[in-house]
Design a protein around this ligand. Structure first.
Ligand code: ATP
Ligand code: MG
Length: 393
């Protein structure tokens, strides 16, 4: 509709104005007086315009609603600004650096590309994905879990699962790892956590993904006693902020991952209410990974996936990836050997094709790689028995 068009323009102006006011204080822009002269007084053309109407100074209250001189209150907020109001320039700087950890593009990890882990996927969908998609069902006693812990041996897909949640939910996803805490933390660890949660609430629904949470809460920052003190303050603030989440209806989830769950103390575990084991892949999952990474090519000798599945007992997902890479390297090595014998550099369009992976390549890869995580698998099972969220039937 033609009448809709000016309002579009007006909204981008509004966004700019909000930004301008926040940055430079409330100064009047030259355009402000003339921009909306032709608007109806009640702002009825789309229900939410007119807040710079009447040449009167509208007052924006705490909820972000705008009270007009004529007594009307505009309830609908314009598109959210990047940051909530902060009390100091320092917190704003922290917020700016934290917002670089927001995954903006789609991480594009699909549930199907994560093999096995059916139980973990089911629990995650129920705990995070559905409450974001259908918030109506999740209230009262059924308010969503606010703290979720993914634990399991290294390289089993915990980070992948979190990224699948980010892909599926399309919400604001804060990817906070121990390294990002260290790089952004300039002494005031608890301030960083506070700003992080402020930002997450501002952008709700959002997910705060604390990867390697064991390292974050035992983070070392300085020397001697202050190390300990700083790490204690960070942890306390995290506990306080997570408590805050339980009490509100805002959809802010904390999703944490660790391969040392027993390093988390009781207070942290209590707040990570839903604890999901991400175990080593079972035979079916391993088969899925082999078929995905080194599929048998039509016309070539079929690869012995059965043997691979059998011999990779105790391998983690990332071990399997390394094994497949090792197998796929062999045909490349053969091709490179041919090229090495040639004295001239072969032009790109004349390069020989890389041959197929042969069954003996698989044998060699198997003898060259070792599982890395199976020795401690029983510890995770024990932790799961004691604290884990059990399988859904
Ligand atoms: N279930 C799986 N399906 C497919 N690939 C997997 C799976 N598990 C692990 N992988 C492979 O292993 C790699 C490492 O996975 P990821 O980073 O998610 O492990 P992690 O559990 O977060 O490990 P860590 O505890 O060391 O952080 C992935 O990039 C992927 O290639
Ligand atoms: Mg990880």
């Amino acid at each position: 509709m033609a009448t809709d068009e000016p309002s579009q323009t007006r909204w981008s102006f509004l966004e700019f104005k909000t930004f301008y006011d926040a940055k430079f204080g409330r100064k009047k822009l030259p355009e402000e007086d003339v921009s909306n002269k032709d608007q109806p007084e009640d702002g009825s053309s789309n229900g939410n315009n007119g807040d710079v109407n009447n040449n009167s100074s509208p007052v924006t209250n705490q909820d972000g609603n705008t009270a007009l001189a004529n007594g009307n209150v505009i309830r609908e907020k314009p598109k959210k600004s990047m940051f909530p109001p902060f009390e100091s320039a320092e917190t704003r700087t922290l917020a700016e650096s934290l917002s670089r950890d927001i995954i903006r593009g789609n991480p594009n990890i699909k549930w199907e590309s994560i093999k096995g882990l059916e139980n973990a996927k089911k629990l995650l969908k129920e705990a995070v994905v559905m409450p974001i998609k259908y918030p109506t069902y999740f209230n009262g006693l059924l308010t969503p879990w606010k703290g979720i812990l993914l634990f399991g041996p290294p390289g089993t897909g915990k980070t992948m699962l979190a990224k699948a949640v980010a892909t599926e939910c399309n919400t604001t996803f804060f990817n906070i790892s121990a390294s990002s805490v260290v790089s952004k933390w300039r002494g005031d660890s608890e301030k960083l956590i506070r700003v992080l949660f402020d930002l997450a609430r501002h952008h709700a629904p959002s997910t705060i993904f604390l990867d390697e949470i064991d390292a974050i809460i035992s983070q070392r920052g300085g020397e001697g006693r202050s190390e300990h003190e700083a790490s204690r303050r960070l942890k306390t603030e995290l506990l306080i902020q997570m408590d805050g989440l339980q009490k509100t209806n805002e959809l802010v989830f904390v999703l944490a991952a660790t391969n040392l769950p027993w390093e988390l103390d009781a207070a942290m575990l209590r707040r990570l209410e839903k604890r999901i084991l991400v175990p080593l892949p079972d035979p079916e999952a391993r088969r899925g990974m082999f078929e995905m990474l080194i599929p048998s090519q039509p016309g070539d000798e079929p690869l012995p996936h059965d043997v691979l599945v059998e011999k990779s007992e105790g391998y983690s997902g990332s071990d399997i990836r390394i094994l497949c890479k090792e197998a796929a390297m062999q045909p490349l090595r053969r091709t490179l050997a041919i090229l090495e014998d040639r004295e001239d550099v072969v032009p790109e369009d004349e390069l020989p094709k890389i041959g197929p992976i042969l069954p003996e390549d698989i044998d060699r890869a198997l003898s060259n790689t070792r599982p890395s995580a199976h020795l401690h698998a029983h510890l995770y099972d024990k932790f799961n028995d004691d604290y884990g969220s059990q399988i859904l039937k």
